[in-house]
Ligand binder design. Structure first.
Ligand SMILES: [Zn+2]
Ligand SMILES: [Zn+2]
Length: 346
């Protein structure tokens, strides 16, 4: 049977407020999840404010979902009632294309996002995690290891995989030098994961104010980019530079500090086009790439690594009544480092 559940929904670009929504009845492949925590991602804010594509109101956002299984469909083999589980940015895909078959469901042309997308199972618009309960196909549900607290696991489901996937794909690890631009919600997790993978890590940040934290998170080196001499002496040192900043960053100096075949990978989403002087790419066969979250198997690998190495995002747990204020603080960069909603307050 379908179920009416409590949620906090965007009723307009300006406001998120309590609303009851209906979740579909479980089909044979579905897992029902009692949500315990939901992270607040900057993408939620862009979507609520209709800044990326047209948003259908009312809409429940949230794609960093952690909770426990409360029921399973009859063909569900991966999960049992009571299991600790997570759901990230997607809830379905075609399962037939080459991207799906190769475990890169996030690049499926028919990938279904966790909110504001058409659900192929019932034709409704998908509703995200700022809610007590969700129904998701077992193929898109992740296991959260016992060693990861659910509140801290939530941000890993978007922020964590967003930085893990490029580090994994471009082979961060022992003997590799990784630069991370920005030490916010994405950047701080990137530092911890790159370090756990065995890389040498440098953080680039505009001011010196985050130096102590960066070193505490495991960074080996900290570069204050507002210093005119910041890049002097760096040479061509980096195998991978991950740009996590969603504002304009002059990329030329970063590209010129990549080794031969090194890559600059863009995960931040600034509003204006990137400016890339061609001569910063040519001399050492460097690349610039974009990347989007990660596949389901890769997301599980990231959660398992974070459980094993005890990698936790820095979070501030807030009640649902604080969501609107939290959004304002995220936009003003006044958050350290990720807000997580305590869903018991919904
Ligand atoms: Zn996100
Ligand atoms: Zn597909």
């Amino acid at each position: 049977m379908s179920k009416e559940v409590k949620a906090w929904a965007a009723t307009s670009p300006e406001k998120i407020e309590p609303l009851r929504i209906t979740r579909r009845a479980l089909d044979d492949e579905d897992v029902a999840i009692d949500i315990k925590f939901a992270g607040i991602c900057h993408s939620d804010i862009h979507t609520v404010r209709s800044e990326w594509k047209k948003t259908e109101y009312p809409l429940v956002v949230g794609h960093e979902i952690a909770g426990t299984v409360s029921a399973v469909g009859k063909n569900v083999t991966k999960f049992n009632v009571g299991d600790r589980v997570g759901v990230g940015c997607m809830v379905n895909s075609c399962r037939k294309c080459e991207n799906c078959k190769e475990g890169e469901e996030q690049y499926c042309l028919n990938m279904v996002e966790t909110y504001n997308a058409k659900d192929p199972k019932d034709g409704t618009i998908t509703q995200g995690g700022y809610s007590k309960y969700i129904v998701v196909d077992q193929a898109f549900v992740l296991t959260i290891p016992e060693s990861l607290p659910l509140d801290k696991a939530a941000p890993l489901l978007c922020a964590g995989i967003t930085v893990f996937s490029p580090l994994n794909h471009w082979h961060a690890g022992p003997g590799k030098r990784v630069g991370i631009i920005g030490l916010g919600g994405l950047g701080h997790v990137a530092v911890k994961i790159a370090k756990a993978l065995g890389s040498e890590v440098t953080v680039f940040s505009q001011t010196a104010s985050k130096k102590e934290l960066a070193l505490q998170f495991g960074a080996d080196t900290y570069v204050t980019t507002s210093d005119p001499k910041a890049f002097d002496g760096l040479g061509r040192k980096f195998d991978i530079i991950l740009n996590t900043v969603s504002a304009k960053v002059p990329l030329e100096k970063y590209l010129s500090s990549l080794r031969r075949d090194g890559s600059l990978i863009q995960v931040g989403v600034p509003p204006e086009p990137l400016q890339i002087p061609p001569f910063s790419l040519l001399p050492q066969r460097n690349g610039i790439h974009g990347t989007l979250i990660g596949g389901i198997a890769e997301t599980q690998k990231m959660l398992d690594l974070c459980g094993e190495k005890q990698i936790f995002p820095e979070i501030e747990v807030v009640p649902a009544s604080y969501i609107n204020e939290a959004y304002d603080r995220v936009v003003k960069s006044q958050v350290k480092f990720r807000f997580v909603i305590d869903v018991s307050t919904i």
